[in-house]
Design a protein. Sequence first.
Length: 381
Amino acid sequence: MKIGIVGNYGNDNNGDESILYGILQQVKQTFSVTSDDITVFSNNTQQTSARYGVHSYPLYYKKGNLYKTFIHTYKNNKQYVANFDLLIIGGGGILMDFYKREAHLYGTYAMMAKQNNIPYIIYGCGAGPLDTFSGKISIRVMCRYAANISVRDPQSKKLLQSIGVKKPIEVIGDPAFTLKGDRKDYAEKPIKIGVSAVPYYNANYWPEGNVAKYDAYVTGMAKNLDQVISEQNVHITFFATKFPQDVTVTKDIQKKMQHRAHTEIIEENLVPERLLEVTGEQDIIIGTRLHSLILATNSETPIIAVSYHTKVQDFMSFVGASDRCLQMQDIEDDEKALSKLVGKLSSNWEQSIAETKQIATHIHKEAMYGQELMKKAVTRL
């Protein structure tokens, strides 16, 4: 049996790599296949092949404008898709048109599968934003011909339904939730806090840079983390899920801190297994990156979110932790915003741990339901 997987992989975003790692484990368990039976379309084929032992081909072939790129990608990769027994489109937040590429690119892969009568599933994805007419059409058509559709949160399901998707949509959580840790030891009170940041409006990363917004975010985080250290007597470890961009922003935050002596930065490209270890070594994770929060939950570590994107607040709502989700403006307006939430977790520490363990168990079970959807896509033919 031959399985294809397409998503935003090989991009040094270890949140996405955690998704891929989770899907690979599920595929192997579900179909009793080896890495040699799996093909992943990737931004970095050499890295993906070396890391996972799978076959890998370029996600896309850039040719002038986007239209030419999609045509060239279709012509080059349809031969590989034709040999699959199943194509998995997902996971990650790929059902969007924010970067003008995703909706049409993944729609191209759906077209390859349909033209070759290969079943495909839309698997554990996040949807939105979807603001363009062409983006909505691409996603709607992709969903119409899918064997089944699953998303990672109720808001994504609601958005797909709002653009006219008629098929049933399952909410299974993020595929990275299959990477569950089993934590046994906790400190008597939180003293080690892990922090992930994002280059918010940094011109080297964001679609449109804005120096003032970036500086306001960095300054707000620095002031907030200083307050956490002084009021809660903790040590802070910065880590990255998107390398090296996240390391750069954490250095900028650290430079602005008064209590930087109580901080450290892990300057590594952390693979999913290592990220699980890092998040499991902390008492609390303050996460801006979605998958820092997901992997922390997998590690049964209590979380606080700083939401730079709707997917972060959607996730916090999904796990029943909306009261621990701050907006970017909160960080700018109140330098004690994070310290208050750390204090709240600390004052109810045993309860916080118990709730986190319960959430981790529940969402792991939901994510594992995805294996049934994989089976159904193949057995329905």
